[in-house]
Write a protein that binds this ligand. Structure first.
Ligand SMILES: O=C(O)[C@H](O)COP(=O)(O)O
Length: 360
């Protein structure tokens, strides 16, 4: 059974009965066929109206319930992967809520005549044509800072893990080997320098935690003026100095024309020998081929990549990392935890409700 129908039905089952007649999303045979769903759908269809709000990726269900209690809401977490169905679902929608997989480009926006706002369940808006939205008067609401703590904890934990290099021994120890000699050259984090490229919410949360662990923090962000109070939290430097001085370099910038391949072969060559690179920001900021070369040549001490130029990373593209011992690869989850999912859902539900009810 297609996921859309299953998830919508599952959700509707949790909505108080008094809302059902007004809140159940409407499905025509045409829309059903575009969405690859059975018609008639399972369960009751009692409203004659298309959805006001379309949610095309996963969202905390309590936040979905709040939206659905006020507006007819289509919660179809795999709609991001079905562009035609998404277009059809947006025919009369006033709000669209997405994560990073939904491509909100001109062709989608221009066909959505009633669209007033886009809620982004995260901070990166590189999947949204914000200029096209602005031209059409469509507000874009990112969940600013709502997942910064999760990102910061990811960065700190991977920095400690890669500096220490001692946590890959489980199978050897369990098998009766004792690789103590191989693992004795791990490094303490205390006293090392962490360089943060980008000093917005996640950069600052990372700085606070790094400082508490005894690291020295330096940061660069050309978009934050020197007079900004943010610089009370860490000394401001330039990119070249940061790369030359940091034992751990962590990225906290969006993907833009300015940041694409910011960490290329030349930038990697400027990093301290043995330094660690962490990218929990966006794929495309780091030249992955150049990074693999730097790791293979032993110039870098390790890398953690949570984001990739192409996501999901294919087995073919991932093969280049497979035999590198000092690499951590994760599937774009740095900002995603139980707690951040609740916060992100709450922030975006509030933003969309306020917008649709005229309290912008
Ligand atoms: O941009 C972000 O905030 C992160 O990439 C997480 O976003 P996501 O939850 O949509 O992946």
């Amino acid at each position: 059974m297609p996921g859309d129908a299953a998830l919508s039905t599952r959700f509707v089952d949790k909505v108080p009965l008094r809302h059902l007649s007004l809140r159940r999303w409407w499905l025509s045979p045409l829309l059903a066929s575009a969405m690859g769903l059975p018609f008639p759908p399972e369960g009751p269809v009692v409203s004659g109206k298309m959805s006001d709000i379309v949610i095309s990726e996963f969202m905390d269900e309590a936040a979905v319930a709040r939206l659905s209690a006020r507006f007819s809401t289509l919660y179809a977490p795999d709609l991001a992967e079905k562009p035609d169905a998404l277009k059809a679902a947006l025919a009369e929608a006033r709000a669209l809520i997405v994560r990073n997989r939904t491509e909100v480009r001109a062709d989608l926006i221009e066909g959505a005549d009633a669209l007033e706002c886009v809620g982004r369940l995260g901070v990166g808006v590189d999947n949204i044509d914000t200029q096209c939205c602005a031209r059409r008067g469509i507000a874009v609401y990112p969940a600013a800072a709502a997942n910064a703590l999760s990102v910061a904890e990811y960065v700190i934990s991977t920095a400690l893990l890669l500096l220490r290099g001692a946590y890959l021994s489980t199978s050897a120890v369990a098998a009766g080997q004792w690789p103590r000699g191989d693992l004795m050259r791990g490094r303490e984090a205390s006293g090392k320098v962490i360089g943060l490229i980008g000093f917005g919410a996640s950069g600052r949360e990372t700085a606070r935690r790094a400082e508490a662990l005894g690291l020295d923090v330096i940061a660069t962000d050309p978009h934050i003026p020197a007079s900004d109070a943010a610089w009370n939290e860490a000394p401001r430097t330039d990119l070249a100095t940061l790369l030359a001085e940091a034992d751990v370099v962590s990225l906290h910038v969006p993907l833009t024309d300015e940041t694409r391949y910011l960490i290329d072969a030349a930038a990697l060559a400027r990093m301290k020998p043995g330094a660690i690179l962490i990218n929990a920001a966006r794929g495309g900021i780091v030249d992955e081929t150049a990074l693999v070369a730097a790791l293979r040549e032993g110039r870098l001490g390790g890398a953690a990549l949570d984001v990739f130029e192409t996501e999901p990373l294919t087995a073919e593209a991932g093969a280049v990392f497979a035999d590198l011992p000092n690499v951590v690869l994760t599937p774009h989850i740095a900002g995603l935890t139980t707690e951040s999912n609740l916060r992100v859902g709450r922030v975006i539900a509030d933003a969309v409700i306020n917008h649709l009810e005229g309290r912008k």
